[in-house]
Design a protein around this ligand. Structure first.
Ligand code: URA
Ligand code: SF4
Length: 217
């Protein structure tokens, strides 16, 4: 089966899944959204009220903030995959329980294997904990970690910054660092930060340090 069909199959399984008690309270399971092959994948915690209503990830207030953050990292929603560690809404947005996380984990593992992203951005403690044992979000937010063949960037959850405005500047700064990191990760299309120096014949010999200096900006 092609990757795209396998992703569709996982999606169908999630939509009908009864593997943990979160199935009971849901209106819609939220498998995740994005292309079938991506460089960057975002992993949140679990669907909230609006996500449960619509069956789509990050469509409420936290999602609007995530859209702003994505734009600040030069990313469009359509070019990344967005999902959660649990695919059904925990009642009253409580934290997912260990049994629910364990029951749901294989869906996310399969999605990661098929999408094969270079970079995974975790949003909040629960997706961070999947990759970084004993990580403390206050200490490692905005940092990148090599985990197997992937880079995992651990971010605060956008909803946390909505509840605690003091976290907002950190999240904004961490996403601007993400922009630089992704620019480095993609050597095929380097982001040009400065206009290319003119290359009139003889000009470079006159001032050999010019191109190097320009490239610093
Ligand atoms: N918060 C999450 O963690 N995921 C969503 O999809 C929405 C809000
Ligand atoms: Fe199945 Fe995951 Fe939903 Fe639980 S949260 S019912 S394991 S899809």
């Amino acid at each position: 089966m092609s990757d795209i069909n396998q992703l569709r199959t996982i999606r169908e399984e999630i939509l009908h899944c009864q593997k943990c008690p979160l199935a009971k309270g849901r209106k819609n399971a939220v498998p995740g959204e994005g292309p079938s092959s991506v460089d960057v994948m975002f992993i949140g915690e679990g669907p909230g009220y609006h996500e449960n209503q619509q069956g789509k990830p990050f469509v409420g207030q936290a999602g609007m903030f995530l859209d702003e953050l994505l734009a600040s990292a030069d990313l469009k929603r359509e070019e990344v995959f967005i999902t959660n560690v649990v695919k059904c809404r925990p009642p009253d947005n409580r934290d997912p329980m260990p049994e629910e996380l364990a029951a749901c984990a294989h869906y996310l593992d399969e999605q990661i294997a098929l999408l094969d992203p270079k970079v995974i951005v975790t949003l909040g403690r629960f997706s961070m904990a999947k990759f970084i044992e004993n990580g403390k979000i206050t200490q490692i937010h905005g940092k990148s970690h090599q985990v197997g063949k992937r880079l995992v960037v651990t971010m605060y959850h956008p909803a946390a910054a909505l509840h605690q405005p003091a976290l907002r500047p950190a999240l904004i700064e961490d996403f601007s660092k993400l922009r630089h990191l992704l620019a480095k990760e993609e050597p095929i299309e380097p982001k040009v930060e400065a206009p290319a120096p003119e290359t009139k014949p003889g000009k470079q010999e006159e001032n050999p340090s010019l191109p190097e200096q320009l490239s610093l900006f």
